[in-house]
Ligand binder design. Structure first.
Ligand code: ATP
Ligand code: LTN
Length: 349
């Protein structure tokens, strides 16, 4: 639901969607249901869509160069296999458009330390030894704000965990507009929809399913084969109770709730409809049904990813073409930002 003040602020901007995924490992079912699947829906709604593999974000923690290159191509293959059409959406990797890093620096000078100190993802990722975290990990949300605002994007489809960063993006846009007396940046809105905005780990229903979790059993990867998917679901942590009559009965059962939400998102129905179908049945019946469903949805995607990965040059070509189109939108917006701030722009004059 769009607040009236956001609608007014964004009225001058054409609707445009921007979102990003880090190529910091293989894509998971959480990335697919929370982000990728909805990226495709937005593209199919006919809104202008810009999707980015944020390699500059990935290096906030150490990345082996060969693995980063591979993960970037594999993530691009995942986007294409899931239904992103490079003729209709712009798909590129962040580091090919240098304006991201430039606007990121500008926003480091707009964002306040107090704002950054509230970011829960930094606290989670830096852990107990925050002194040893990179400066980039701390500054990361202002680079994310730059990603979004560089395209004057108005909507940002993300999983629940990124809501705070999109709110920070709005704070940065508002402060820039206020400090320079302009209405230059829109107020982008997070778009968080559906039954799977936060897919949880298969080993711990209170932790987010994550591509960087050390336990491979905690997640389903888009590249897992049918046997691996079935085995991970069979071994997923649950409780001994049968499924309840209504979703309210799942309130204190995080693992059971997670599996019901995953089922609903994969089947394109609601968690209510899923519990209504399986009420009174135990996990001995529910898990095989979920495994079959997951395999039927994910197998075509992983098969297509394997096909695409056989031709990395073609993937690089798609990313290069996307980067050219992205840069054409970004360059005048960065230029105007620098001009507003009083920087001389006289090259080629
Ligand atoms: P990492 O483990 O390295 O933090 P990640 O798996 O969380 O990675 P990101 O690249 O940070 O993946 O996220 C890409 C998008 O996928 C974001 O919009 C994020 O909100 C969404 N997403 C990631 N994990 C989940 C999840 N478990 N459930 C729903 N959405 C998710
Ligand atoms: N921070 C996000 C990835 C990300 C992103 C973005 C998402 C970087 N830039 C811009 C949406 C819009 C993450 O870790 N999931």
């Amino acid at each position: 639901m769009t607040a009236p003040e956001t609608q007014a602020a964004n009225a001058a901007f054409k609707p445009r969607i921007f979102s990003g995924i880090q190529p910091s490992g293989g894509l998971t079912l959480g990335n697919y249901l929370g982000a990728l699947k909805r990226f495709v829906e937005k593209q199919d709604e006919g809104i202008e869509t810009v999707y980015c593999l944020v390699d500059l974000h990935a290096i906030t923690v150490w990345q082996d160069p060969d693995k980063l290159r591979h993960a970037t191509r594999e993530a691009a293959a995942g986007f294409l296999a899931a239904g992103i059409d490079p003729a209709r959406s712009i798909l590129f990797n962040q580091s090919q458009v240098s304006a991201h890093a430039e606007l990121g620096w500008i926003f480091n000078c707009i964002a306040r330390l107090g704002w950054m100190n509230r970011m829960t993802q930094f606290k989670d990722k830096a852990g107990k030894n925050a002194e040893a975290a990179s400066l980039g990990l701390y500054a990361y949300p202002s680079l994310m704000a730059a990603d979004i605002l560089l395209y004057h994007a108005t909507m940002v489809p993300v999983g629940e965990d990124q809501k705070q960063h999109v709110e920070l993006t709005r704070d940065i846009a508002a402060k820039f507009n206020h400090d320079y007396g302009v209405e230059f940046f829109p107020m982008p809105e997070p778009v968080i929809e559906g039954a799977a905005t936060r897919v949880m780990s298969l080993r711990d229903g209170t932790k987010k399913m994550s591509k960087s979790d050390p336990s491979d059993a905690s997640r389903i990867n888009l590249t897992d084969d049918a046997d691996a998917i079935a085995q991970k679901i069979r071994k997923a942590r649950t409780d001994p109770e049968p499924l309840p009559e209504t979703v309210a009965g799942l309130a204190d059962r995080p693992e059971a709730k997670n599996l019901v939400n995953i089922y609903a998102a994969l089947a394109g129905t609601s968690p209510d409809a899923v519990v209504a179908e399986f009420a009174g049945q135990g996990f001995g019946a529910f898990k095989p049904a979920l495994a079959d469903l997951a395999v039927s949805v994910l197998t075509p995607i992983s098969t297509e990813m394997t096909r695409l990965m056989a031709d990395p040059a073609e993937i690089d070509r798609v990313l290069g073409g996307g980067a050219d189109r992205a840069a054409a939108i970004a360059a005048p917006i960065l230029d105007r930002t620098l001009e507003i701030m009083g920087m001389i722009r006289s090259r080629g004059a």
